[in-house]
Design a protein around this ligand. Structure first.
Ligand SMILES: [Zn+2]
Ligand SMILES: [Zn+2]
Length: 376
């Protein structure tokens, strides 16, 4: 079949093209994409990957067809796509670390092993990869069956489409990685699409003090709607967090917080969460900084832990269902995160809004209901 897709050259440009999409092979499914979230990682891939690919790694849709030996999902199922595809068999999967699968992970696995058969999607009759094995900015995606999680929920597709990246990363870093306990004090540095979800995770975990930190007063106001109890305005110049540290100490009996989560992806703030936690507290780098971070070892005094979880240590079947359940019982806000929606035709506006900090999360609405039958 022919389908519209956002194709990038990985050198800073992208455009809307028509691609040919073949039927799913063994163990694969073809998903009609209904909505896809935009993420800073997409922009990073568009500007840095230096190869041609279908953009997008967050999305939700409907299973349109299935290949041989697919048993967990069937045609008509509503699904969320998950880029950290577990194989279920490798060393890390057997340890329960499904998010760092040694075979399928696009971050730490074996290259294209997580891809559906590579000639699935062709563009100008040549094979083309899909970003993070998904390529969700496309009307259809052929992916491994393990890359989709079936959801039995009437949640709108736009809200469901953002679960499999920023929501999971922020929420999971609090719930799965740090395991924040009820009554704790928590700092969240940066209140964008990831930080707001760290705040939601802290609130759901019963943290009694949730201190949001951002340079924008408007974002701090929004953070309070997601559960922050206090807001601290950071000074853009104060990368050592001298003033923020003082304010956090004042709010935490002079001691520092039990937990601090860095959600800005700014390398100069890589050590900032250590400065905000008490002795024996836990500092978490949520945003996946991959550059050099300079640590003054005094920041570790004393007994502090610094952890760097990937993707909120996602176990997709378990966690997506927990997040959707949290949405239904009004503990987790999803629709409120979607600041603005776009179409495949105006994706460029979405990236522009995202890069200029005008939105918490942008979602591209792609498919229309009614073409593949009723949703199961
Ligand atoms: Zn993402
Ligand atoms: Zn594995």
């Amino acid at each position: 079949m022919q389908a519209k897709a956002i194709i990038s050259d990985g050198k800073g440009t992208f455009n809307l093209s028509t691609v040919t999409i073949n039927p799913p092979g063994e163990g694969e499914v073809r998903v009609k994409i209904m909505a896809a979230g935009l993420c800073h990682t997409d922009w990073d891939s568009i500007t840095n990957w230096n190869k041609t690919f279908v953009v997008g790694h967050e999305g939700a849709g409907i299973v349109e067809s299935v290949g041989k030996n697919v048993t967990d999902v069937s045609v008509g199922d509503k699904v969320i796509l998950n880029w950290a595809i577990p194989c279920g068999k490798c060393f890390q999967c057997r340890q329960g670390n499904l998010h760092i699968c040694e075979r399928h992970s696009p971050v730490c696995g074996c290259g294209l092993e997580g891809h559906a058969h590579i000639d699935t999607t062709t563009h100008d009759e040549s094979p083309i990869e899909r970003s993070f094995h998904l390529g969700t900015l496309c009307e259809y995606a052929v992916v491994k069956a393990q890359a989709v999680v079936k959801i039995d929920s009437d949640i709108p597709f736009a809200a469901a489409s953002i679960v499999g990246c920023g929501v999971m990363t922020g929420w999971g870093s609090v719930v799965n990685a740090a395991k924040v306990e009820a009554g704790s004090s928590v700092c969240v540095i940066g209140c964008g699409g990831v930080g707001l979800n760290a705040i939601q995770g802290a609130k759901q975990s019963g943290a009694s003090k949730i201190i949001a930190i951002d340079i924008s007063e408007a974002r701090l106001e929004q953070a309070k709607e997601f559960g922050a109890t206090h807001g601290v305005v950071a000074n853009r110049e104060d990368l050592d967090f001298v003033q923020v540290r003082e304010e956090v100490r004042t709010l935490t009996d002079g001691r520092g917080a039990d937990y601090a989560f860095e959600c800005t992806a700014i390398p100069a703030l890589g050590s900032a969460p250590l400065a905000l936690v008490r002795n024996a507290g836990t500092a978490v780098q949520v945003s996946g900084i991959e550059q050099r971070i300079d640590f003054d070892c005094e920041l570790f005094e004393w007994d502090k832990k610094y952890i760097n979880p990937l993707y909120g240590m996602c176990n997709p079947e378990r966690d997506f269902k927990k997040i959707i359940a949290g949405y239904h019982n009004k503990q987790i806000k999803l629709e409120e995160l979607v600041t603005k929606t776009y179409t495949l035709e105006n994706v460029a506006d979405g990236f522009d809004d995202m890069l200029n900090g005008r939105i918490a999360k942008g979602v591209v609405l792609i498919g229309e209901l009614g073409e593949v039958g009723a949703i199961k």
